[in-house]
Design a protein around this ligand. Structure first.
Ligand code: LLP
Length: 448
């Protein structure tokens, strides 16, 4: 994270704990989360939206998008810091319930929620379920009836806004699986309202994509949704509008995302002006950021195992040397470079060096050539096996996308704060890796 301090030995400090101590106590690879940073971002986001929407006579609720990084401890932080939590599956719901989060402050998403997921969510009393498909109206109403509850629901709209981001991360183009088209919304809302008292319509929802740096897409989505929102007021109350998440963070030094206050103010200004034009009251606003809260607070530590200089041909002729620095993790703990071509940077974490910088590619240890953690960055030229390196900004969508590819054990997560380190998710062991295998017992007749 931002506070790149070094101790007297030259080791990078995270949350006041030297990287060398973290590696010695917990091993590598290791996910390190700077608790103060994550929680500061959570509070700052809540305050930013609160201030911006209070100023226009409304209010705002911030949901932490758990898909970015969820564990019971993180759910507790977010909830203690005044955020609601957005979950996208029964598994994520189970984690927040295990964390003791008040279900009334949880929202459930998903384009194909199972009947069991719906039943559990309604049964425990989640605050809102986002309807993604018309068939869910009946399913949720039936569950609410069974449980004798009124379930508050939102309707996810595919606004058709093109977010400027990687194709896989853009979710509101016409041709994709999420939400329902604007034109079909009025009938869907009427169907929801016809299910009173089992369903209560909270409002529309839109999420246009992720890792978005420009605010225009959000403003355009807000405009389109508010125009629809206004037409729905004739049929009854529409207390809220949910604008989703998707704000970008800095992965590399040149990246310059807007501060969250600017995003909140920009959205509030647009919402106020559109509501003014439409002559409607400003609804309460909800947002669901994940990456901006947890992404910058995470660092992954790796140990260098091998280095290799590879001679590569240059386009204009001639050759250059690329140094492959291989570490003890890779696409199993950070799938983002392989999945999205995402860029990260790397720093020498265990010591400082005044050797000339060398252009390196940080590779993982998996059996495929796309297993790259950092495509291109500089490390001191004397980087060597045994060195500790840190890859910053890995808090979002690394732990949550982790796999056991090649049967690598998933790393532990350690929270650091004020010089103290604390395991919040233990690392997997060989036993964990074998736990789901159905081992043939002795004497089960292999020879029979
Ligand atoms: N709300 C909804 C409905 C979402 O689908 C998402 C993310 C969020 C909120 C939170 O978005 P955020 O603020 O974190 O950008 N695995 C990809 C990102 C996928 C995002 C999926 N939905 C990545 O690693 O970049």
């Amino acid at each position: 994270p931002g506070s790149a301090r070094r101790d007297e030995t030259g080791a990078l400090e995270i949350g006041g704990v030297p990287a060398t101590r973290l590696a010695a106590s917990h091993g590598t690879p290791l996910y390190v989360i700077d608790e103060a940073d994550a929680r500061h971002r959570a509070v700052r986001t809540r305050r930013a939206f609160d201030a911006a929407f209070t100023a226009i006579g409304s209010r705002a609720t911030v949901y932490y998008a758990g898909k970015a990084f969820l564990s019971t401890e993180i759910a507790r932080w977010m909830s203690a810091d005044g955020l609601n939590i957005d979950v996208a599956s029964g598994g994520e719901l189970a984690v927040v319930l295990a964390a003791g989060v008040d279900p009334a402050r949880v929202g459930l998403h998903g384009n194909n929620k199972s009947l069991r997921e719906i039943d559990r969510a309604v049964g425990v009393g989640v605050g809102a379920i986002v309807i993604d498909s018309l068939v869910e109206i009946e399913r949720i109403a039936a569950a609410a009836e069974r449980h004798g509850r009124t379930q508050a629901v939102r309707l996810r709209i595919n606004s058709g806004v093109h977010a400027h981001t990687h194709e896989y991360l853009a979710t509101a183009r016409e041709d994709q699986k999420f939400g329902i088209p604007l034109a079909e919304a009025p009938a869907a809302v009427a169907a929801i309202r016809a299910h009173a008292p089992h369903l209560r319509f909270l409002g529309l929802h839109s999420h246009i994509g992720s890792q978005i740096f420009v605010v225009d897409g959000f403003l355009e989505a807000a405009r389109r949704l508010l125009a629809l929102h206004a037409t729905l007021l004739d049929g009854g109350e529409v207390p809220e509008l949910n604008l989703g998440g998707g704000f970008g963070i800095a992965y590399l030094e040149g990246d310059d995302p807007l501060p969250i206050e600017r995003i909140a103010e920009g959205l509030a200004e647009a919402v106020a002006s559109v509501c003014g034009e439409l002559g409607i009251p400003v609804p309460a606003i909800a947002v669901e950021p994940g990456r901006t809260i947890i992404g910058p607070a995470g660092v992954t530590l790796y140990e260098v195992g091998t280095t290799k200089d590879v001679v590569v041909g240059l386009e204009g002729g001639g050759t250059a040397v690329r140094r492959y620095v291989s570490v003890d993790g890779g696409m199993s703990d950070n799938a983002r470079p392989a999945l999205y071509g995402a860029d990260y940077g790397v720093r020498l974490a265990g010591r400082v060096s005044d050797a000339d910088p060398a252009l390196v590619r940080l590779a993982g240890k998996h059996c495929e050539s796309g297993d790259i953690v950092v495509h291109a960055d500089y490390l001191p030229g004397d980087v060597t096996p045994g060195d500790l390196v840190a890859v910053p900004a890995t808090g979002a969508y690394c732990f949550s996308l982790a796999s056991n590819y090649n049967y690598l054990a998933r790393p532990a997560v350690v929270a650091v704060r004020d010089g103290i380190d604390r395991v919040i998710v233990r690392g997997e062991t060989e036993e964990d890796l074998l736990r789901r295998d159905v081992l043939a017992g002795a004497g089960t007749g292999a020879d029979a």
